[in-house]
Design a protein around this ligand. Sequence first.
Ligand SMILES: NC(=O)c1ccc[n+]([C@@H]2O[C@H](COP(=O)([O-])OP(=O)(O)OC[C@H]3O[C@@H](n4cnc5c(N)ncnc54)[C@H](O)[C@@H]3O)[C@@H](O)[C@H]2O)c1
Length: 267
Amino acid sequence: MTSLQGQTALVTGGAGGIGSAICRRLSVDGALVVVADLDGEKADRVARGIVSDGGRAVGIGLDITDRDQWRAAIAETTRIAGGLNILVNNAGGARIKPFEALSAEDWKHDIDVNLNGAFLGIKEAFDVMRQTASESASGGAIINIASVSALKGSPGMPAYSAGKGGLRLFTKAIAVDFARRGYRIRVNSVYPGLIDTPLTKPLFESQLKPGSEESLEAARSRILQQYPIGRIGRPDEIASVVRFLAGDDSSYMVGAELVVDGGLTAA
Ligand SMILES: NC(=O)c1ccc[n+]([C@@H]2O[C@H](COP(=O)([O-])OP(=O)(O)OC[C@H]3O[C@@H](n4cnc5c(N)ncnc54)[C@H](O)[C@@H]3O)[C@@H](O)[C@H]2O)c1
């Protein structure tokens, strides 16, 4: 693949399972990576790990639901790197509850983290990314991490499904707009199935049948039976797809949705 040398990437949720794998992969292929996460200390640790492996990275604290924090994060990125080529809106999460237990606050939380955060990020990064894209041979890339929950309703996760489903069409709408207006910023999205990160534990717990003796491991195996490939995915299997969308190898891809789910939604 063509190198990302000389490019700068900002990855939200960069301290998490998938986010840290994305940060490492973009760094290995040459990018300077801004690891941004709600947990600033963890983001620092991920960045220090990348630096000790010979890459270039900085960690910053960022709550993606806060517009002022986005402003500060983009200003800091511009100060450090002079511009921004790649934005990965990866931070997200779900409050898994049956509908009856879902509060209006839970709903707002999931829509904020999975949809509004990406909107705020793109809004605040837009001017800098456009400027950087106009000065670089490859233009810019925005990659939004959605979920298979954007393609089929996920029981126990109505707000998450709504947020990710909204992110799917938000991605396509701006992808088309940006391409038609000649901004040279490609926008695409990725749809992971079940990936082995801390995010999955509450999902397995929610699948335990009330009153049954089923173990967490048994619930996990039961869920994984739905996956034709027969196993859970690894964070690096999402990172490699993000890396593809970030660089010139995907130069004709605009508003595409790449499903990375071991065959779940194909079955
Ligand atoms: N793991 C899976 O099975 C799976 C499946 C489909 C989609 N996804 C999506 O992939 C993305 C990454 O998930 P993961 O599995 O790595 O989860 P994770 O819990 O390991 O990481 C999520 C990271 O996001 C950060 N974060 C949460 N709220 C934030 C906020 N408001 N601002 C900034 N950072 C915030 C957390 O601190 C954490 O580091 C999410 O968008 C998730 O919805 C994951």
